[in-house]
Design a protein around this ligand. Structure first.
Ligand code: HEM
Length: 231
C-alpha cells in the first residue's frame, strides 16, 4: 500500500499561508512606494534625489525587483490553485447561492486581482519602460541639478485627466483587494469571533483606505495644482 505525504504548500492551508505571506510582503512594498511617491509634495529635488538613490543602489533596486516578481508569481499561482481546488471540490455549482460575505469577498478578489495585474503591467509600461504616457528613467530629461527628472515625468503625466481617472479606478480596486486580503488573513489566522469582527472589519477598512488615499494624493495633487509643475 502506498502512502502519499503532502508538503505544506500542497495543502489548501499551505496555499493560503503562501498567499498571506506573499500578500504581506507586497503590502510592505506598497507602503514604501507610497511613502516614496508622497515626496513629490516636497518638490523636484527631494523626489529626483530619492529616485537617483534607488537607481544608484543596484542591490536594493534589483533585490526589490526580484523579490517583488517572486512574490507576485507566488500570489498568483497560489490563488489559481485555490480557485481550482474549490471548483474541483464542488463540481456542480449550488443552485441557490447564499450571498454570504466570504463568497462576496472571493468574487471581488477574482475581479480585482486580474484587473490589478493589468494595471501593474500598464504602470510599468508607463513609468518604468516609458512606452505609454511617460518616459523610462534612462530617457528622462535632467533637472537643474543634472538628475533624471522623474518629478517632471510624474507631473506631466498627471496633468492628463483621463490618466488620473485610470489611476483612480486602479487605486480603488487596490483598496478593495487590500480590504478583502486583510480580512481573509485575519480569518485564516483564526481571529474570527463575533465580538471582534466589527473591529477587524474596521481595521481592514482603515488600512486599505489609508493606502488608497496615500496613492491617490499624488495624481489628484498634480491635477488640482497642489504640486508645483516647476517644483
Ligand atoms: C498613483 C500612485 C502611483 C504613482 C504616482 C507611482 C509612481 C511610480 C513611478 C514614478 C515609478 C518609476 C520610478 C522610477 O523609475 O524611479 C513607479 C514604479 C513602480 N510602481 Fe508605482 N506608482 C503608483 C502606484 C503604484 C501601485 C498601486 C503599484 C502596485 C500595485 C505600483 C507598483 C510599481 C512598480 C512594481 C514599479 C516598478 C519599480 C521598478 O522600476 O522596479 N505603483 N511608480
Amino acid at each position: 500500500m502506498s502512502t502519499q505525504t503532502l508538503s505544506l504548500p500542497d495543502t489548501s492551508i499551505g496555499k493560503k499561508v503562501l498567499m498571506a505571506v506573499s500578500g504581506v510582503v507586497l503590502f510592505g512594498f506598497l507602503i514604501g512606494h507610497m511613502a516614496g511617491n508622497l515626496q513629490v509634495f516636497l518638490g523636484h529635488q527631494a523626489y529626483n534625489e530619492y529616485a537617483k538613490f534607488l537607481h544608484d543602489t543596484p542591490t536594493l533596486l534589483w533585490g526589490t525587483r526580484g523579490v517583488l516578481l517572486l512574490m507576485v508569481l507566488v500570489h498568483i499561482v497560489a490563488a489559481l490553485q485555490l480557485v481550482k481546488a474549490n471548483a474541483d471540490a464542488r463540481p456542480v455549482a449550488y443552485k441557490m447561492k447564499k450571498s454570504i460575505s466570504s463568497t462576496y469577498a472571493s468574487k471581488t478578489m477574482k475581479i480585482s486581482g486580474p484587473l490589478l495585474l493589468a494595471y501593474i503591467i500598464y504602470h510599468l509600461a508607463h513609468f518604468t519602460f516609458g512606452v505609454t504616457a511617460g518616459l523610462g528613467y534612462e530617457h528622462l530629461p535632467t533637472d537643474a541639478e543634472g538628475l533624471p527628472n522623474v518629478y517632471f515625468n510624474v507631473v506631466s503625466s498627471f496633468q492628463i485627466p483621463w490618466l488620473v481617472g485610470l489611476y483612480a479606478i486602479a487605486q480603488v480596486l487596490l483598496g478593495m483587494h487590500l480590504y478583502h486580503g486583510a480580512w481573509s488573513v485575519l480569518q485564516s489566522l483564526g481571529i474570527n469571533h463575533r465580538r471582534y469582527n466589527l473591529q477587524m472589519r474596521g481595521a481592514a477598512s482603515a488600512f486599505a483606505l489609508a493606502i488608497v488615499v496615500g496613492f491617490l494624493a499624488v495624481p489628484f495633487g498634480v491635477l488640482v495644482g497642489l504640486v508645483d509643475p516647476a517644483g
